[in-house]
Write a protein that binds this ligand. Sequence first.
Ligand SMILES: *Cc1c(COP(=O)(O)O)cnc(C)c1O
Length: 407
Amino acid sequence: MILINENYLKLSSSYLFADIARRVQKIQSDNPDRDIIKLGIGDVTLPLPSVCIEALHRAVDELSDAATFRGYGPEQGYGFLREKIAAHDFQARGADVFADEIFISDGAKCDTGNIQELFSTSIRVALPDPVYPVYVDTNVMAGRTGSFSNGRYQGLVYLDSLPENDFIPDLPREQVDLIYLCYPNNPTGAGISKKELQKWVDYALHHKALILFDAAYEAFIRDPEMPHSIFEIPGAREIAVEFRSFSKTAGFTGTRCAYTVVPKDCKAYDRKGDKTSVQELWNRRHSTKFNGVSYPVQRAAEAVYTEEGQAQVRNNIDYYLNNAGIILKEMQNLGFVCSGGENSPYIWVQSGSDSWSLFDELLNKAGVVCTPGTGFGSCGEGFIRLSAFNSLENIQEAMQRIKGALS
Ligand SMILES: *Cc1c(COP(=O)(O)O)cnc(C)c1O
């Protein structure tokens, strides 16, 4: 008899997006002419930078000629891309990261989801609340949790991220072995300082723990003091893995390209306490289970590192940051306490009531869709997330309507 992995039965089905869709559908069918503006989206809206499109075209043409055709590439990614990433994204910022520590992949979602399989099911896992749900669900699937009750899985250590701590959780009081951090954060929009991040690095060094640092929104950082990478922090090479993506940075959400940095100094332990290289384990996994990102897409990602590419990417991000600034200012003018909106495309708004009440009010009175904070964890109750991923015209119209409806 074919038995299932019963851990899958523990997954709390998130009805969030279905629930949002149902409420929007109802408004829409009651008022067919009403145009609804979506500020709940976690996907980019601007097209790919033109340098990326040109590189894609050129690479596709190379595949049409036997002399320049490429078949299977290196699973870890082509050297041309790995080297540019190491030089540009890390070494230029004073972070020691080398090309053979960079693993090109088809998504930070997949990598943050997959990496936990390198580690024992008996480890203690700590993750933020509110949280990017992939970190939680993949640990549930792997069997690291008990059942779901009162909004939380038994066996996980939740790191409360609240206004009281500026959305930077306190260090765990108990020993934890694997720690997920995400800055600039989705959904709270909060950033982290070098000083705060150093505390986590020191905790991990002291407890022989590993930090998984998700920097998917690194490109939104404009504060010159804020670290772009955990590898800007002394000691991090021994205890951290970092995830980056071209998705939010350069608009690759449909094109697919990301990378994970696993330094050679990064070690994990067997039951006897002997050290093993995490870089070697990840390399083994990656080359066994992954075939590499397609050649044209890696060429498109490479184009991001040209001078023109850098300017185009910065332009796109500035466009979203301008949107974010408008949302932040208008919501603050209406009396809402907000975080994010700077160094981040997300604005995390204290709803003053429960998340769904403000969601319904914005939808019914203003025709604007947001994301209720409860969808990201129990500490998300009492918040909504607004996203800057939309056109300037839609953002202005949405804020006009919210102002009219609430003031
Ligand atoms: C969007 C997002 C990612 C994802 O990226 P892909 O590379 O598109 O899989 C990773 N982490 C967070 C927190 C995100 O919001």
